[in-house]
Design a protein around this ligand. Sequence first.
Ligand SMILES: NC(=O)c1ccc[n+]([C@@H]2O[C@H](COP(=O)([O-])OP(=O)(O)OC[C@H]3O[C@@H](n4cnc5c(N)ncnc54)[C@H](OP(=O)(O)O)[C@@H]3O)[C@@H](O)[C@H]2O)c1
Length: 293
Amino acid sequence: MRVFVLGGTGSIGSPIVRELVKRGHEVWALARSDVSAAKLVEAGAAPVAGDMALPGQWSAKLPVVDAVIHAACDFNSEMGAIDARLLGVLLPSLAAQPNRPRFIYTGGGWLFGATGDDIGTEERPFCPLPAFAWMVPQLTRILRAPEVDGIVIHPAMVYASEGGVFRRFARDAVERDAVRIVESAEVRWPLVHGEDLANLYVLALERAPARSSYIGTAIEGLAVSRIARAFAKRFGTRRIEPETISADAIAAELGGWARGYALDQRLSGAKAQRELGWMPKHLDPVSEIARLP
Ligand SMILES: NC(=O)c1ccc[n+]([C@@H]2O[C@H](COP(=O)([O-])OP(=O)(O)OC[C@H]3O[C@@H](n4cnc5c(N)ncnc54)[C@H](OP(=O)(O)O)[C@@H]3O)[C@@H](O)[C@H]2O)c1
């Protein structure tokens, strides 16, 4: 397939680009800087120069594609307006393409709110983190769009060995006396390794029916305190027990979106496994952390 990726240098998008290239798909990807363009070329994709906030400058220049994967986000206070403007320009320009493209939109586990001991599925009503409430009308728009065959993936917390949502733990473990966690040691995160998630996106591209949604979770819910302790042990941090900080403190440091770190969640990836044959391989992040070089 010929695929256009937005966010192809991010935690979610870069493994997707690598997986698409590995499977023989032809990939174009939006690049807002020369640095991002160079990373995309290195990964085997063709960069399309442009900023997602200014879609009018590049959307008419897109090559003919079979699919679009949108995993770009600026995490600033304008992110909802930027995304709405993007779809407002991109969807009509895709409608002018000769074939009706598939369009995979990235939602997120944080749209389902805290689940406590329940295990959330795609049927669970949305209860979004306020900073990401704008995503619900956006993904609804994609699922109903006449211009494309829309599919939504809701990734769990995406990690790589020391990257993605683990980057903060790894940094604290070497720079501080203790690794910080938010709100409580009991908070659980649903998790997925970036490579497994990339595999799910590509399966969805190839097999998912139009207007379908999938939660991308490999590990239903792991206590953040276990992740923090694993990093502290691996890096010889002075205190093994994590330091608990408030959601207000992390929001002041990173922005309101970071309140999501305090959500106690369990989410299920069973639908993707059942319907798409998704088989995540990374199921034991604590052992992976212990084996870090
Ligand atoms: N990571 C997670 O655990 C997770 C979980 C669930 C949902 N999500 C959602 O997934 C989406 C992507 O998250 P992420 O963690 O992959 O983010 P990320 O690592 O920060 O990557 C963001 C990507 O978007 C690109 N980008 C940002 N602003 C842009 C702009 N103005 N024009 C063009 N490209 C731009 C970045 O390109 P540059 O190379 O230029 O920086 C980068 O490729 C977000 O909507 C997020 O809410 C993430």
